[in-house]
Design a protein around this ligand. Structure first.
Ligand code: GUN
Length: 283
């Protein structure tokens, strides 16, 4: 029977550490502040943003939400980002993705000051991660690494297979596993014989965005399976990229959905915002 990795528990520990450090900063007259921008009315984005706001309140941050209509223009969005770049109360800026059609994500990401880029999506932060000299790590991949550490799952020398090559998860996930001396393969929709590749994995990370895509026959006996998916099954029920019920008996450890990677993403966002605040205040 696999260990079910409890992302809620690890996330609560990380957030508690952030809360304690924040209380110390507040005594010095400094309160970390996070601005979250949401454009349009995507229901999943709304849930994520609400959870981010709740986490800010729980750790003692100033939290500001900018909910803009889907009709917002690129220029209006960039003006808001520029205003927040200059706002001393705000240490971190996050623009929830995806943006509605017609808005260019790349130019919004590049407009955010790298010092306030708590998602670590800006090209300069991505470059720093590549060379292993960074201030911020992207929230979801870093959250996965924190879970592995918390459960004493070593990466060194392991065969790590990531399914998915997005800029948000797949690519940086591969890089963080590489930093810890894993032997990393990033697979994607054009990968041939995917099953043969995934069956080699000691650590398998699924970040495809397709419900229950990873089936038991794709998993090696005893593997660690990390599910980054947030999908809906045929009945509209929340599920991951992994067919949890069938895969769990085959692996040594697995993350559930919900309650796995999701809460960790938010915990790392809190850590990054605290770090941004400390850097901006020379603390
Ligand atoms: N959309 C899905 N995941 C993320 C994330 O980590 N950050 C932002 N800004 N948008 C997302």
């Amino acid at each position: 029977m696999a260990v079910i990795i409890d992302g809620k528990k690890v996330s609560a520990e990380v957030k508690e550490q952030v809360r304690l450090e924040t209380a110390e900063l507040i005594k010095k007259g400094v309160q970390p502040g996070l601005a979250v921008i949401i454009v349009g009315d995507d229901p999943a984005s709304r849930v994520y943003v609400n959870n981010k706001k709740k986490a800010c309140e729980a750790v003692g941050f100033l939290s500001r939400e900018y909910a803009l209509p889907a009709t917002t223009t690129q220029q209006e969005l960039l003006e808001l980002v520029n205003k927040l770049n200059d706002d001393e109360e705000i240490n971190g800026i996050l623009c929830q993705l995806p943006l509605p059609k017609g808005l260019d994500e790349k130019s919004v990401i590049e407009a955010i000051s790298p010092l306030k880029d708590v998602d670590a999506f800006h090209a300069s932060n991505v470059g720093k991660i590549m060379i292993g000299d960074y201030d911020f790590l992207p929230c979801t991949p870093a959250g996965v690494m924190e879970m592995l550490h918390s459960y004493n799952i070593a990466v060194e020398g392991k065969k790590c297979v990531v399914i998915g090559r997005s800029n948000i998860v797949g690519k940086p996930m591969g890089m963080l596993l590489l930093h810890e001396n894993g032997t990393v393969t990033i697979t994607h929709s054009r990968t041939q014989n995917l099953k043969e590749v995934t069956r080699e994995a000691d650590i398998l990370v699924a970040a495809i965005g397709k419900p229950k895509f990873v089936t038991a026959d794709m998993v090696k006996e005893g593997a660690v399976v990390i599910d980054v998916g947030m999908d809906r099954d045929e009945n509209g029920k929340l599920c991951g990229d992994v067919d949890f019920e069938n895969v769990k008996d085959k692996c040594s450890a697995i993350t559930p959905v919900p309650g796995g990677v999701g809460p960790m993403t938010i915990a790392v966002l809190m850590k990054n915002t605290l770090k941004a605040c400390k850097l901006q205040n020379n603390l």
